[in-house]
Design a protein around this ligand. Structure first.
Ligand code: UD1
Ligand code: M6R
Length: 371
């Protein structure tokens, strides 16, 4: 049921304040003066000790689910102090890459039925690793075959392009980081700041959804383009990859997410006055580096659309003019949840304006059950 919406993708994008609330329901504990704020993931509480004792955490997934894990990786590294590595499921299998008994392998999948991820799970089980699932589908193959896990509870997702599952996956993995790091005194204030920001996140997503018309206007400008680059780094490298994936998947336009730190190692050659480029430059520890990236893109007359934190519009475009998207600021590690929303809206409007099928893009299936 699409309700008042024209398409499922549109409905699912606008549902995110509610789906995020459901994801967090019963799992965030506010605490009082005597007890600190914490998270409780029922499916993991008996396994946290084993996870903390493991040698590393390996995230395994495909497509959007991989991108969600990539977005959560920095906060997991920070709060757990453990090495966190990333595997695209098919690539892990192609390489028969090393997975050990001492590993915690985390399988991220909206459907819980993706063949590549499921085969990687079988492989990790054979190798004796602890296998944790993060899925949206109770009773799915990945939920059943993992040792433990977390249901993201985002509600059924029908559009082939994953939107609300992505933001809920990031939130669950941020809560996973909080749970693993839960016994460390030194990071207590950091954890509390993240929990406060999680409580407020649905409101901030509601705020960023107000950019709908603005993103439609930008889509109108891009309607006839052949290609769109998206530059991000740090917490928002994943946002660049996921924004580009949405654009190519539904709007059928070539799009590439680029790690801004790699700009000078190749991508800079593409920059001219015609190719549109989205630069994600919201406030975090990488902000000044992104400002200098903007400056260098301006020097090559790049056609820029810059995403920045509210209030930064006047100052962010150093060395030239650009179109600006201002988004609300949240705790740095949760900013990817906010920043993807305008790009989801952009992909959605671009698709509708270009006249393509937004809920069922050609050649794609919602759940990829073949290898
Ligand atoms: C569970 C109940 C929820 C109830 C809550 C009350 C289910 C599905 N969930 O939620 O309805 O409101 O207790 O305390 O009945 N698991 C895996 N692999 C996965 C995902 C989950 O093994 O990929 C396992 C978990 O380890 C856990 C069980 O499935 O044993 C349920 O997980 P989850 O729904 O996340 O647990 P709760 O949030 O505690
Ligand atoms: O169900 P899964 O999360 O395992 O699916 C993984 C990918 O097939 C999926 O995310 C795909 O990339 C989406 N269509 C992206 O929107």
């Amino acid at each position: 049921n699409k309700g008042n919406y024209e398409h499922y993708m549109q409905k699912e994008i606008h549902e995110q304040p509610e789906s995020l609330k459901t994801t967090m329901r019963g799992r965030l504990i506010r605490g009082d003066s005597s007890k600190s704020k914490t998270v409780l993931l029922g499916g993991l509480k008996d396994h946290l000790k084993t996870i903390r004792r493991s040698r590393r955490i390996v995230f395994i997934g495909c497509g959007t689910s991989y991108n969600a894990a990539l977005a959560a990786r920095p906060i997991l590294e920070e709060l757990s102090g453990m090495p966190v590595t990333m595997e695209i499921a098919s690539d892990l299998l192609d390489r028969q890459g090393p997975i050990y008994r001492e590993d915690t392998s985390v399988f991220v999948s909206q459907s819980g039925e993706t063949a590549d991820t499921l085969h990687a799970l079988e492989y990790a089980l054979e190798n004796g690793a602890l296998c944790v699932g993060i899925t949206n589908t109770v009773g799915s193959a990945i939920a059943r075959n993992t040792h433990c896990g977390v249901h993201i509870n985002a509600g059924c997702e029908i559009g082939v392009a994953s939107t609300k599952a992505y933001t809920s996956q990031i939130v669950v993995m941020a809560m996973l980081a909080l749970a693993i790091g839960g016994d460390t005194i030194s990071s207590e204030s950091r954890r509390e700041a993240i929990i406060d920001s999680l409580f407020d996140l649905p409101n901030k997503v509601r705020e960023v959804l107000k950019l709908d018309q603005e993103m439609k206007d930008i889509a109108q400008l891009l309607i006839a383009e052949q290609s769109l680059l998206v530059f991000g780094r740090g917490y928002n490298y994943a946002t660049a990859l996921e924004g580009a994936l949405k654009v190519k998947e539904v709007a059928l336009m070539h799009s590439e997410g680029i790690l801004a730190g790699e700009m000078k190692h190749g991508p800079l050659a593409l920059v001219d006055e015609t190719l549109p480029i989205v630069v994600i430059a919201t406030r975090d520890a990488c902000f000044s580096k992104q400002q200098s990236v903007i400056q260098q893109l301006h020097a090559r007359k790049g056609r820029l659309i810059v995403m920045c934190s509210k209030g930064d519009a006047a100052s962010v475009c150093v060395g030239g003019s650009c179109r600006v998207i201002e988004v609300p600021q949240v705790e740095d590690c949760l900013q990817p949840v906010i920043n993807i929303v305008p790009l989801q809206l952009l992909a959605y409007h671009l698709t509708v304006l270009r006249g393509y099928n937004v809920d069922q893009p050609r050649n794609l299936a919602k759940s990829v059950t073949t290898q």
